[in-house]
Design a protein around this ligand. Structure first.
Ligand code: AMP
Ligand code: MG
Length: 346
């Protein structure tokens, strides 16, 4: 694939007549793929009802075909057009959290393209709250399949520049609406079982969901994945930075010891740390990803931090662990995957 990727820089506030929005929507209607901001991360959009258009997403990302995509909609009618039924609990979740970073897995009526659902009988749908995303959805009039706009395996893009790093020359265009807010992807909830199941932690927290649906459960596979180290040969990484990432699970003293040991061995070490830990370290380079006391801030900075260290500069990246409460569950889920489960425990 080698095409000219058009980059539109938006000035805010945007309106429906914005020429970038109209051009992006025209390309999407012509079965092209276009990246745009959502409130979580940048998405790579294509007409969710057209297999040929969706195929271009898989090609541009290098994404395995068995990983289904989330369909983004701008209104409720578009949901009805894609599913066979909506349970009372799904209705409740939609009215409480949409538009926003919550994806619902619902029974598909087959209108979403086969490659969107990876052949499953269900379809994952969400309504984003970002103005630019909604303007593009409205202008195109299409439901848009839109996974994160990165090459498969890399950290998700929270800025248009990250999209260009990965996909320049591989997609029709990028709408630059500035940095995204939430910084981690949506929470995915399976609503096809009696008790809904959280399949992926994300922007809407388990605590928020439990308040509304006390019976909601967390997919047991998530916990297993977090605890069992993967066998060395099975290294299918996600969100991976250029150099290996190790998570250091312990107090500040333990972190310093681990850091010193690597430096003594001659390794060039990059550190991703909270402002609290960074203050305690006498080390360069350190990327501060926010305060431990404000996990929302950490979520917003996480992928930027993971992208920042280059292979040419550091041999290894150390990062502290964070509390798994609130959005911390999503932060730790992404960090564990980015580190291929390499966690050094005190
Ligand atoms: P991404 O598009 O990279 O944000 O990833 C989409 C996430 O939603 C992945 O974790 C998928 O496995 C999940 N997903 C999408 N569609 C379905 C579905 N029909 N059933 C279960 N999970 C889904
Ligand atoms: Mg992704």
């Amino acid at each position: 694939m080698n095409e000219q990727t058009k980059l539109w820089k938006l000035s805010t506030p945007i309106d429906k007549k914005n020429s970038a929005i109209i051009e992006a929507a025209e390309l999407l209607k012509a079965q092209q793929v276009v990246a745009f901001p959502t409130e979580t991360v940048y998405g790579l959009g294509a007409d969710a009802t057209r297999e040929d258009a969706v195929q271009k997403i898989f090609e541009a990302k290098g994404r395995p075909a068995d990983n289904p995509l989330i369909v983004h909609v701008s209104n409720r009618d578009q949901v009805d057009e894609l599913v066979t039924e909506i349970s009372a609990i799904a209705e409740k979740l939609m009215s409480a959290f949409w538009p926003g970073p919550l994806t619902l897995v619902l029974p598909s009526n087959g209108r979403a393209a086969k490659n969107v659902t990876a052949g499953l009988s269900t379809v994952a749908i969400r309504m984003p709250s970002d103005d630019t995303a909604l303007a593009i959805l409205n202008a195109s009039g299409l439901p848009l399949a839109a996974p994160s706009a990165n090459r498969s395996g890399r950290p998700s893009p929270t800025d248009a520049e990250h999209v260009m790093q990965d996909l320049d020359g591989r997609i029709a265009g990028v709408v630059d609406g500035g940095p995204t807010g939430v910084g981690v992807e949506s929470t995915v909830v399976d609503c096809t079982t009696e008790n809904p199941i959280i399949l992926r932690p994300g922007g809407v927290t388990k605590e928020d969901l439990q308040e509304l649906v006390p019976g909601i459960i967390v997919d047991p596979a998530l916990a297993e994945q977090d605890k069992q180290p993967k066998s060395p040969g099975m290294k299918y990484t996600h969100y991976a930075p250029e150099s290996p990432l190790w998570l250091i699970d312990g107090d500040e003293r333990f972190f310093k010891e681990q850091l010193q040991q690597l430096k003594d061995d001659g390794d060039r070490v990059g550190v991703i740390a909270s402002s609290e830990l960074a203050e305690q370290l006498d080390h360069e380079p350190v990327i501060v990803c926010g305060s431990r006391e404000d996990l929302t801030e950490v979520a917003g900075e996480l992928y930027r931090a993971l992208r920042q260290f280059k292979k040419a500069d550091v041999d290894i990246i150390l990062c502290e662990t964070f509390a798994e409460t609130g959005v911390g569950a999503a932060i730790m889920n992404r960090l564990q995957k980015a580190a291929s489960q390499k966690i050094i425990q005190h």
